[in-house]
Design a protein around this ligand. Sequence first.
Ligand SMILES: [Zn+2]
Length: 275
Amino acid sequence: MPILKFNRRFNAIYLAALLSVLKWDLYYAGQCPRDQSRSVRKVLEHHMEEFLQGDADALPRSCPFHIHRDMYHDHESHKIEESYGKWYCNYCGKSFYAESFLDNHFSRRHPQHVYTGPDSVCLADYCDIFRCDVISGRVDPTFWDTALCIEDDMVELATDCQEVFKRCFTEKLNSGPVFEAINKTMSMVCSSLTCSRYWFTGKVEENQWLMLLKTFCTVFLIGSLIIYYFLAYHHFFSESLFLDNPVPQRHGSLFEAEYYPKPYKRKRLRHPPPI
Ligand SMILES: [Zn+2]
């Protein structure tokens, strides 16, 4: 039974290869989710972009938000959005129609560019203080989320937040624009960790105004259509409302003959022929 043995061996190799791929994906997808890391990175870039992109060493290496400690920094810097919905891998030149596909491509084809040094940081680990799910819109708060919020837990979370940011301050870095930027970012991020502000994203008002604008436009459009059709109907068919038969508009045609029957003419009685 050599063929049977070969099939078993082939199946075992195939299964081992499949498990290794799954294990690799689970490691990177489960240990450090790229989408959540991206949420933290966006907040940091929003407040400290010039220090993160321009001069990376402006932040001390002890700061967990140092750009070279981000394990996905090299991947993100090789990610190019050519146009809306079209992403480009700057390692090999392949294009993708979604950022998530490019993320999977990075994990499979370019894993050697993931920084795995002893001080590597998975930014997703700080999602609890950066409120990743709230900011990204992945989670919509329910009534019970806000009703069951415990203020003491929020105070503890805010304390942890400040402790994380304090790692960015050193003896040398106690003033100047970088210090101010870190301080401002810490204030913005950590002050949101209260029961009253945790679920606030700043998009609520925008959504309400957008909803009001959509409602107004819809009502205006429907009203305009109703008025337009009413006027059109009144213009073209109003006379026919009071007539049993519609009046044709084309004179001198067959329509006229049909709708205006000739007046009845009394036939002349001829004398009966003589018998
Ligand atoms: Zn590539």
